[in-house]
Design a protein around this ligand. Structure first.
Ligand SMILES: [Zn+2]
Length: 237
């Protein structure tokens, strides 16, 4: 997904919120300060919900490959909103359940089949040297491990429920700052929480000054790339 498109879609989805409830921050979301308030109702926070979202990104360097990732944030909520969330949240499969529900389980099945073939030839067969048996055993362990790894990696995505009416009170975008580092938008339903959130993360605000600096850098990088391409073209002629 193109980063500008990501930004556009997020801002459009939250177009009903006043501008001061859309907060743009730089840096890692792991270092954010969360105010002790509930973003859904503005009451005092007494617990938190690990809110997870799946984002799709295009691999860099002009390739068309696409990958997915999960971003998690421990967002504070009050007890009653957290309880309401528990009632609303879509049920997701367990670790084992998701493992067998993802299409990636085919890679696990393939690995098991490969391991079974190796085993029947090298482990159960006759006239096989001990060295070959050991190699085959290593291959079987590697195949099984790889199958489990690939499948478990994909199964994680089945265990991320969509946001509820409660957790969407503090929605967040994917990082839109490429290539300048991490910049993320937060859309907050409760004005008091938004206010406290901005104050708590004052030094992480994505200010106009940083935006201008980013624009300057991207302008300079663009010119450098064009000049480099022209030089390469002249040199080749
Ligand atoms: Zn609440």
């Amino acid at each position: 997904m193109n980063r500008n498109c990501t930004r556009q879609r997020f801002l459009e989805a939250h177009g009903d919120l006043p501008p001061n409830q859309i907060v743009a921050l730089i840096g890692s979301h792991r270092r954010l300060s969360w105010p002790p308030l509930c973003p859904a109702c503005g009451g005092a926070a007494s617990t938190h919900i690990d809110v997870a979202k799946i984002f799709g990104r295009r691999a860099q360097h002009g390739s068309s490959a696409y990958y997915r990732l999960i971003v998690r944030m421990p967002i504070p909520f009050c007890w009653s909103c957290a309880e309401r969330h528990q009632q609303l949240v879509k049920h997701v499969p367990s670790v084992i359940g998701s493992f067998f529900r993802t299409p990636a389980v085919l890679s696990f099945a393939g690995a098991v089949a490969g391991a079974a073939i190796l085993s029947s030839i090298f482990l159960q067969g006759e006239n096989v040297s001990p060295g070959a048996r050991l190699d085959a055993f290593g291959g079987i362990v590697l195949l099984a491990g790889l199958g489990i790894f690939i499948t478990a990696r994909e199964a994680r995505f089945l265990r991320v429920p969509p946001l509820t009416d409660i957790t969407s009170a503090c929605d967040f975008s994917d990082s839109v700052g490429y290539p300048f580092g991490r910049r993320r938008f937060y859309a907050i339903r409760n004005p008091a929480f938004a206010d406290a959130f901005i104050r708590a993360n004052q030094e992480r605000l994505w200010t106009d000054a940083i935006r201008k600096r980013d624009d300057w850098i991207s302008g300079i990088v663009f010119v450098v790339l064009v000049v480099a391409a022209l030089i390469a073209w002249f040199v080749r002629k």
